[in-house]
Design a protein around this ligand. Structure first.
Ligand SMILES: Cc1cc2nc3c(=O)[nH]c(=O)nc-3n(C[C@H](O)[C@H](O)[C@H](O)COP(=O)(O)OP(=O)(O)OC[C@H]3O[C@@H](n4cnc5c(N)ncnc54)[C@H](O)[C@@H]3O)c2cc1C
Length: 381
């Protein structure tokens, strides 16, 4: 599908490398996307591609000086078009490790980041709990100081990469504040079980911390600084969900265009019947407007991540809501062939749905976006 967006050489190379990796995964993408445990050939493809290096700074084996939100967006667009399993594995390398890049000690960085950059270590971010979801200040996981160690108690729920990850960047209450801790996967007292299966399978698990002993250098940064690091992570990676939504829209629209140009009813291709043409045209309009917003916001996030969190939320909201509309229209334009279990279009239909829930549910994002809008009007142009 052609786009008028101009991509510089630096980013074109990222796209080309991602397309190559996606091509390698294509033969088993349908199977991988039905797996809720790590599908090893996808990990092999990620390792062979070297693309996990987009997720750490150059000083620790990264591809660019700093993690570049536009590069991550473009990568996720290419990967999601082919496989959500691949997209998720790639994205989590950044989502789970960004707080280390940002606030980790030299020792923590040396221990984890070079391995993340080669996808030898897999990362995860553990915020959500059985009770606390959008309201993260309601968590009940705690750390308590014991001599020079920390004791971690509590539970986390719906954690991506659980069971596959090498470490969990974990949000816990420390006294009156909230801090992030690095919890190695082999920690004694850490129990992992599977989360319930969701409509679009995803590597998800429940973590239980039964008196997990963490060494004194397990905290990321200062005590009480967790939300600063979590918001910084979201500033860079929330926008990348919009990138993945673009890939999903492109994949769905491709299926619909091929089907509706080949199948004839009433003597001409479906795509030439006005109402079906409208489904396709409106979908392309949704895709291209989301693309401009996403790329522009990702560029801004590269310059000033924290200052652009609300804009990242705006782009994530717009692109993921658009993806739901697009995939629904594509299914409709394909009639009964849009409904076949195990087809690509049916897979995209299911995969679009969770995007409006994770990394900030749409309704919660709207609260922050509206508050920003009001502030901008109150403060004048
Ligand atoms: C595929 C997938 C992967 C995930 N991976 C991870 C992960 O790796 N790490 C992790 O920590 N978590 C992860 N999660 C959990 C995810 O972050 C939460 O599902 C999300 O934060 C929403 O929380 P909740 O599901 O408890 O919904 P709730 O917070 O219960 O919200 C339910 C509904 O109420 C709305 N709502 C809530 N509060 C308000 C409000 N104040 N105003 C208006 N509406 C409101 C929400 O928008 C939503 O529509 C994952 C979830 C999914 C589906």
């Amino acid at each position: 599908m052609s786009s008028i967006f101009q991509i510089s050489q630096k980013y074109q190379e990222v796209i080309d490398d991602c397309e190559k990796m996606a091509e390698a995964v294509e033969p088993f993408a349908m199977e991988a996307d039905e797996s809720s445990v790590l599908y090893e050939p996808v990990l092999d493809a990620l390792r062979n591609s070297g693309l996990s290096s987009l997720m750490v700074p150059e000083a620790y084996g990264g591809r660019f000086g700093e993690i570049d939100p536009l590069a991550v967006c473009l990568a996720r667009e290419s990967l999601m078009r082919t496989s959500s399993h691949l997209d998720s594995l790639f994205a989590l390398q950044g989502i789970g490790s960004y707080a280390i890049s940002l606030a980790g000690s030299n020792e923590q960085k040396e221990r984890w980041l070079p391995a993340v950059s080669k996808a030898e270590a897999l990362a995860a971010l553990a915020l959500t709990e059985p009770i606390a979801g959008s309201d993260l200040k309601g968590i009940s996981t705690t750390v308590e100081r014991k001599g020079s160690d920390f004791i971690l108690r509590g539970a986390k729920s719906f954690i991506s990469n659980a069971g596959a990850a090498s470490f969990y960047t974990t949000l816990a209450k420390e006294g009156d504040g909230y801090s992030l801790f690095l919890v190695p996967a082999d920690s004694e007292g850490l129990q992992i079980t599977a989360s319930p299966e969701i409509i679009a399978p995803h590597v998800l698990g429940e973590l239980e911390f039964n008196e997990v002993v963490l060494s004194e250098n397990s905290r990321l940064g200062e005590p009480g600084a967790a939300f600063r690091h979590v918001l910084a992570t979201l500033s860079v990676f929330r926008i990348s969900v919009a990138g993945a939504a673009l890939g999903l829209m492109e994949g769905a629209l491709r299926e619909a265009v091929i089907h509706t140009s080949n199948r004839e009813q009433f003597g001409r291709p479906l795509a030439k019947h006005g109402p079906v043409a409208t489904l396709l045209a409106d979908s392309w309009a949704d895709l291209e407007s989301s693309r401009f917003l996403t790329y522009q916001t990702a560029s801004l996030a590269g310059e000033d991540p924290a200052g652009n969190l609300d804009r990242s939320s705006l782009a994530k909201l717009a692109a993921t809501e658009a993806a739901t509309r697009v995939v629904d229209r594509c299914v409709q334009s394909m009639g009964r062939w849009g409904l076949i279990r195990g087809s690509k279009i049916e897979k995209y239909y299911r995969q679009a749905r969770p995007m409006r829930v994770y990394e900030g549910a749409s309704e919660v994002l709207r609260l922050g976006i509206a508050a920003r809008l009001v502030r901008e009007y109150q403060n004048g142009p």
